[in-house]
Design a protein around this ligand. Structure first.
Ligand code: UGA
Length: 307
């Protein structure tokens, strides 16, 4: 179930795929019926765009927290296994060089920095799921995506600053011949993880061979592809100029602008400067590690958006 279906049109004709257009905050009877019938639940509906954490924190709480809490409780009631999307955002501004599922502290800012409502909503759900596992027998796996990207990530034609995640925002800027905004100069770093690697990890979690994913938390990210946002912008411009002749001129004319976070996102924003996952858990229990480097992943993504 989702509010739109434009990113899954390829799946809709598959006889093994069922989809219902709708709002998970309203279709509670339908959701309960599905949960009763299934083996495993992966509730993936949430707002996951930082600009919206600041602009509409109540909606983030209502959808990401409240609507998902109802689903978690149904899984407890009907004794269904749940695979729940936590997030790299739960680590917040943790000073560790790499974030560890069991030892790193989860560090967020003051209440007037509304950006953290997503992180803390997800954190409390992680804590609830953990407690339901311990005290009510809930079978769960939590996974934390680290900047997953690839085809169909966001709509690159959304011209609103902060309207999508950084990669699609920058591709949209270049395609529209706009300059790129580097928030606070773009020195902050992210580990970009290609979608096929993310899905591969999810399949292993669903399979749950020898119960290896049972009641565990997994960072799912690519620690080798840790780059600054400025480098990401430069790489995109160069790639588009070199490999997509129809867009060469536009790419070459793009300037990198330094903007203050306050003016780009508003007062309620705070950033994460370094976000590297430790992936020992995923390696040890799932036999998983990322395989797609950024050069390949970016190429696939640009082919999709520029085709
Ligand atoms: C994202 C989102 O919270 C979620 O999608 C997710 O939970 C998580 O991280 C993840 O995928 O691991 P963030 O990485 O901060 O958070 O999101 P982006 O919007 O992709 O921004 C990345 C960085 O680029 C930020 O430092 C942001 O300030 C910067 N940025 C963004 C710019 O410099 N310019 C822009 O135009 C847009």
């Amino acid at each position: 179930m989702d509010l739109t279906q434009d990113r899954i049109t390829a799946c809709l004709t598959n006889p093994r795929f069922q989809f219902k257009l709708g709002d998970i905050t309203k279709e509670t009877d339908w959701i309960e019926k599905q949960i009763k019938h299934c083996d495993v639940v992966l509730p993936l509906v949430a707002i996951a765009t930082p600009a919206l954490y600041v602009q509409d924190p109540l909606r983030v709480f209502e959808l990401d927290f409240e609507a998902n809490l109802a689903i978690i409780r149904l899984c407890v009631e009907h004794k269904k296994r749940i695979i729940f999307p936590s997030t790299s955002e739960v680590y917040g501004m943790c000073p560790d060089q790499e974030f560890d599922e069991e030892n790193s502290y989860l560090v967020t800012g003051p209440i007037n920095k509304e950006r953290w409502i997503y992180s803390t909503s997800k954190q409390l759900l992680d804590r609830l799921i953990y407690a339901y596992g311990k005290h009510k027998g809930l079978s769960y796996s939590l996974f934390r995506p680290f900047n997953w990207y690839g085809p169909r990530l966001d709509n690159v034609f959304n011209p609103k600053p902060g309207g999508s995640r950084v990669l699609t925002q920058f591709i949209g800027n270049i395609l529209r011949g706009e300059n790129i905004n580097l928030v606070n100069g773009g020195e902050q770093q992210r580990c970009f993880t290609y979608i096929a690697d993310g899905i591969n990890a999810l399949i292993r979690i669903i399979e749950n061979k020898n119960n290896a994913a049972h009641n565990k938390i997994f960072n799912i990210g690519n620690p080798k592809e840790n780059i600054s946002i400025k480098t990401l912008a430069e790489t995109l411009i160069k790639n588009i100029a070199d490999f997509y002749p129809a867009h060469t001129e536009k790419a070459k004319s793009v300037q990198l602008l330094h903007v203050e976070a306050k003016s780009y996102y508003g007062e309620g924003y705070q950033d994460v400067s370094l976000r590297v996952p430790a992936i020992r858990h995923a390696k040890e229990y799932l036999g998983w590690e990322p395989k797609v480097d950024m050069k390949t992943g970016l190429r696939e993504t640009l082919d999709f958006y520029l085709a």
